[in-house]
Design a protein around this ligand. Structure first.
Ligand SMILES: Nc1ncnc2c1ncn2[C@@H]1O[C@H](COP(=O)(O)OS(=O)(=O)O)[C@@H](OP(=O)(O)O)[C@H]1O
Length: 418
């Protein structure tokens, strides 16, 4: 009997040991895949999936920069597009990507430009394909211009706040036919991190667009960047329209903490270095050892909305800044997007049919014309649990800022007096 028990014990121990080893190996593999993956719009592509889906084609379109570190490098020249036929787009569409590609030429613009090359420039496609890259490039850009498409600086900027729902806004707004976006819908970070690259670099990071379109970018870090409002006013125009999304600042800080920890765990050191400082728990990050709020922490600082907004108001009048509540955006996307349409003077486009509730994510996603949901990088992060005392201390800290924001905007927020 004792021998059977011992044998049973041994089998259980070995099985547990093997399970632990397998689990560790799988985690290692997963984290490698995450490190090497790239987020494209709302999708994440791992190297395996990209190779499966024809890396050669993707490489032609700038997607050879598949390391997260090269996100902000220049993309392929528009002329490369002419070397492939339209079926490439169908491939890409099959992958669930946008038809507006890395090089920023919308499919409609490409078709018009190719027609112009043949009918206006009188160059047949055979000759065009054989042209040297430089000549082909300039012919193509000239044709794009001829049909009304150029790269332009933004007319609308979503300045933040980080983790307040800005990606959802971007996904919704970018589907409006009168909106052109940044390439790949990337955050360009021009007015904070990439300012020394110059305005031509900034312009190059947008899709080709028509005069009748608004050009849109979102970089949530602009909101807390001291120089951003002045730079935007001086370098683009005093008429740029600004959209700010705000959210319960305590929830924002928690979401930010999870995001930063995820970036530090999963992405490159270069990207991680740019993220705010964090300790190994949320509590240690936002509170001092004495249990006071650590006002120096960027995670805390970013939620002092009234303070940041005041700085923006030194450069832009309030009627040029639309402030949305992130929670409203996740619950009533149609009402919020109608506000945005009105603010930007766009034709009414959105209807309830464009939005569908995602049961697992508990938010609304875009379901028309394509399914697109915010990829939630934090979904595996454990929920942050704070004692009632610390939670109240944090809410107390923000209350004065929240009330000031309400007064400035003559608008109330459900989280203002928590
Ligand atoms: N449809 C919709 N509407 C409003 N908010 C939404 C929506 N979808 C997602 N979310 C929540 O937004 C949080 C991420 O905010 P951002 O997209 O601004 O993050 S980022 O600054 O771009 O990284 C993130 O919050 P947390 O889940 O608390 O981390 C998302 O869940």
């Amino acid at each position: 009997m004792i021998a059977v028990k011992k044998l049973f014990f041994c089998v259980v121990t070995i099985s547990v040991f093997l399970c632990v080893v397998m689990y560790c190996l799988m985690q290692r593999k997963n984290s490698q895949v995450i490190r090497d993956s790239v987020q494209y719009g709302s999708r994440v592509f791992t190297p395996d999936r990209v190779i499966e889906n024809n890396l050669n084609d993707l490489a032609h379109y700038g997607l050879s920069q598949l390391q997260v570190d090269s996100f902000r490098n220049d993309s392929a020249s528009p002329a490369l597009i002419s070397r492939q036929n339209i079926s490439f787009y169908q491939n890409v569409k099959g992958l669930g990507m946008d038809s507006q590609m890395t090089n920023g030429v919308p499919i409609e613009a490409h078709r018009l430009a190719m027609t112009a090359i043949q009918n206006v420039e009188h160059i047949n496609i055979g000759d065009f394909v054989k042209m040297k890259a430089d000549e082909q490039n300039s012919t193509y850009i000239k044709a794009l211009k001829l049909v009304g498409y150029t790269k332009r600086l933004p007319t609308v900027i979503n300045i933040g706040a980080k983790k307040a729902g800005t990606t959802a806004l971007q996904i919704f707004l970018s589907s409006h036919p009168q909106i052109a976006s940044s390439l790949n819908h990337m955050e360009i970070h021009y007015f904070d991190w990439n300012y020394d690259k110059g305005i031509d670099y900034y312009r190059s990071r947008f899709q080709y667009s028509k005069e009748s379109q608004e050009v849109f970018e979102k970089t949530p870090r602009y909101f807390i960047t001291e120089e951003a409002p002045r730079r935007i006013k001086e370098d683009i125009s005093p008429n740029v329209k600004i959209i700010l999304v705000v959210r319960d600042p305590v929830k924002r800080a928690m979401s930010d903490y999870n995001h930063v920890r995820w970036v530090k765990r999963s992405l490159s050191t270069q990207l991680a270095l740019r993220e705010p400082h964090t300790e190994d728990t949320f509590e240690k990050t936002v509170f001092t050892k004495n249990g006071e709020v650590n006002a120096d922490s960027e995670l805390v600082h970013a939620g002092k909305y009234a303070m940041h907004l005041k700085r923006w108001l030194e450069y832009f009048p309030l009627n040029q800044i639309l402030v949305l509540d992130g929670i409203e955006l996740s619950t009533y996307p149609l009402t919020q997007m109608r506000k945005v349409e009105q603010f930007l003077g766009l034709q009414p486009y959105f209807t309830q049919e464009h939005f569908g509730y995602h049961e697992k994510l508990h938010v609304y996603c875009l379901v028309k014309p394509v399914n697109k949901c915010r990829y939630n990088s934090n979904h595996k992060s454990p929920e942050i649990i704070l004692s009632d005392g610390l939670r109240n201390t944090l809410y107390d800290f923000y209350r004065a800022y929240n009330r000031e924001l309400e007064e400035m905007l003559n608008q109330t927020f459900a989280w203002s007096n928590l």
